[in-house]
Ligand binder design. Sequence first.
Ligand code: DAH
Length: 342
Amino acid sequence: MKEKISSLKEQFIAEIANADSAELLEAIRIAFLGKKGYITDLLKGLRDVPNEDKKEAGQLINALKNEVEAGIADKAKSIEEEALLGAIRSAKKYNPTIPSNAKSGSYHPITLIQRELEGIFDSMGFTVEDYPEIVDDYSCFEAVNVPKDHPARDMQDTYYIENGQLLKTQTSAAQNFIMRKYGAPLRAIFPGRCFRNESTDACHENTFFQMEGMMIDKSISISNLIYFMKTMLSEVFQRDVTVRLRPGFFPFTEPGFELDINCQICGGTGCPSCKNSGWLELCPCGMIHPNVLREGGIDPEEYTGFAFGLGLTRLAMMKYGVKDIRDFNSGNLKALSQFKNN
Ligand code: DAH
């Protein structure tokens, strides 16, 4: 029996060394481990082994079985690796001279205008900040001087989430965070997507982009605000644009303004995009309310500042002549592909 086992072992070693395909390996497996294989035969042969030798013979057969199984598994792995290497070697080499017919994508116009503005403000010393879209009531309202039950909350129909948080209705929601992060003096812009439960028309959307800006320092005044707004707009439109300031009310400003821009679609004669007024409300702004500064940990006796909430989507409409604000979220690739070369 012992000789049988050791000669089978040698046979296995010789056969497995020559197995160079998965088929050959499978044939060896069946020959050795199959129901009618050599090892089964050996086990059957145990019957005839004298009792005192049975234990040792059984152990030897088991050891051989384990060796055969491990040998087959190892070989299977190396055959597989070899096949993969072979496939890689025979794969066609990448040819960079073949012309591509893949269509390239384009940036969304909001992305374009956002990046442009970030560049303009960056060159004026503003940092660019990011802030989540889901915020709490405190940052969106209370921290910017809109306490619970304040009538100004009616101006922004809010989407509340079951856990009490909300989709930010305004980028002003980040004001407190930025003031706490940097303290005074500071110059920062923070673009972001905002949400309001509004019915939509050519110039209203329930999902739109704003870009908030803040500048806080000693003796900042309204003339600083006007200077930065005018500089920014003439950079964007590459010419002097006509703007007008109207008084506006925002709980977080004192005083507050509405900055309107001459409608660039109709040139000011009146069209649906500007509701026939010739003007488009573009940038609510104002001097930061002392309560807001205080809540942000900044002493209003020492520092003043201005803030604005630029309508990025509106600005993109003006700049690119988009007549309907709803086009931005429509996912219409034909419309978007026009911006390829911008
Ligand atoms: N958060 C305001 C809105 O969405 C816009 C705004 C007004 C932002 C005045 C400001 C500001 O920073 O000073 O209606």
